[in-house]
Design a protein around this ligand. Structure first.
Ligand SMILES: *Cc1c(COP(=O)(O)O)cnc(C)c1O
Length: 389
């Protein structure tokens, strides 16, 4: 479909496979395999002499529509979907790195990603250096002849530290390495890392893209030649997205822009209000004018996003009290949902990290993370007010 259409339109009117029945919505092709017209047609499909579907681990029309629709929103040429966000990260890593290669990653990563890097990636002989999310000089100093990839999330989870994508892309490309960005926090409705030089934008579609807490999924967008290589990995490793999940996620894509805009507006109001509370020591929100990387946030993001982190006086005990007193906020670790959620990173998402590593990353026992949803913002503020009291 035309490049002249706006992203909001393409989220709804983008890639779709149309059958003879004139269905209005994208059809769900819930089938594991596809028939060949003849033995010769089967052979031609497998030899890739003709285009077509053979087996849903390799490709499926519902999954293809999802991949292509998100890729366009990410400003990528194509996309490849995966079973989960972690499968997307795994596929990006293991497609482009082997034993003896070197990965530079931000120290401020989602807990499971940090655990995957320290527990699994390093086990396969890939060398890892962890650096500060925001100190570009540390990234530059970490580069070695065998550096193959720079990896980060921006803004970071849960502290909303913003990384300089253009500066990191320059370092990566000078070293002949790839810059890979986890865009789960913003979704392409708020930020498109590829526009700032990233080679791949990876995300957990479980978060903002689904937005209604229903299914797991992942998606990677980028240039054709890179995505093609990852697709081979996804097919062989068997970490493909289920067609049913792709179908659910497509309906999430259709409402993504309006949800992210309203949720970010709610988040900005909640963040500003939290700053006025005597029980709150610090509020971390990328939309604040006095955020340490405010200028970068404005350049890279269309809003401050939907995640707010704040630290209460009184450490873990006080933080748990706030969670247990909340009535509207859900006590769950998911984010990007239309339902607002509240979590204690120290004992949940970052629970597997050593205490000193958490403190080094700025995660304190009194820190709480909110993912702000679509409820009336006055109800959210009233809930936090009584919980803090
Ligand atoms: C949730 C999350 C992931 C992992 O995604 P799953 O779909 O749960 O596998 C990766 N990165 C970030 C930033 C996340 O929030």
């Amino acid at each position: 479909m035309s490049d002249k259409l706006h992203p909001e339109t393409l989220a709804i009117r983008g890639a779709k496979s149309q059958t003879e029945y004139n269905e209005h919505n994208q059809a769900l092709f819930l089938t594991s395999s596809f028939k060949f017209d003849s033995a010769a047609h089967g052979a031609a499909l497998f030899a890739k002499e003709v285009e077509g579907y053979t087996y849903s681990r390799t490709a499926n029309p519902t999954v293809s529509a999802f991949q292509q629709r998100v890729a366009v929103l990410e400003a990528g040429e194509s996309g490849i979907a995966t079973a989960t966000g972690m499968a997307a990260i795994q596929a990006a890593f293991f497609t482009f790195m082997k034993a003896g290669d070197h990965l530079i990653a931000s120290r401020s990563l989602f807990g499971t990603t940090a655990g995957f890097i320290s527990g699994i990636v390093s086990k396969f002989g890939i060398e890892v250096t962890l650096v500060s999310q925001t100190d570009v000089a540390q990234w530059r100093a970490a580069v070695k002849p065998n550096t193959k990839m720079l990896f980060l999330e921006t803004p970071s989870n849960p502290l909303n530290e913003v990384a300089d994508l253009e500066a990191l892309a320059a370092i990566a490309h000078e070293a002949g390495a790839l810059l890979v960005v986890d865009n789960s926090f913003c979704t392409p409705a708020i930020q498109q890392p590829l526009r700032f030089g990233a080679d791949l934008s990876v995300q957990s579609a479980t978060k903002g893209i689904d937005g209604q807490g229903r299914v797991l999924g992942g998606i990677i967008a980028g240039r054709n030649e890179l995505v093609k290589e990852i697709a081979l990995y996804v097919n062989s490793a068997g970490v493909s997205l289920s067609p049913f999940n792709a179908w659910v996620l497509l309906s999430g894509v259709e409402t993504l822009f309006v949800r992210m805009e309203k949720q970010a507006a709610n988040a900005a109001q909640v963040a500003a209000w939290l700053r006025t509370r005597p029980q709150v020591k610090a509020v971390h929100y990328a939309g604040f004018d006095d955020h340490p990387q405010a200028q970068l946030a404005r350049k890279q993001q269309s809003s401050g996003g939907i995640v707010v982190a704040f630290e209460v006086e009184g450490g873990q005990e006080a933080a748990w009290k706030v969670i247990d007193s909340a009535k509207v906020f859900s006590k769950t670790a998911n984010l990007g949902d239309v339902r607002s959620t509240i979590t204690h990173p120290w004992t949940t998402t970052h629970g597997r990290m050593a205490p000193e590593t958490k403190l080094e990353s700025g995660i304190q026992p009194g820190l709480l993370r909110l993912s702000v949803g679509l409820e009336n913002v006055q109800d959210l503020i009233a809930d936090l007010k009584q919980a803090l009291a």
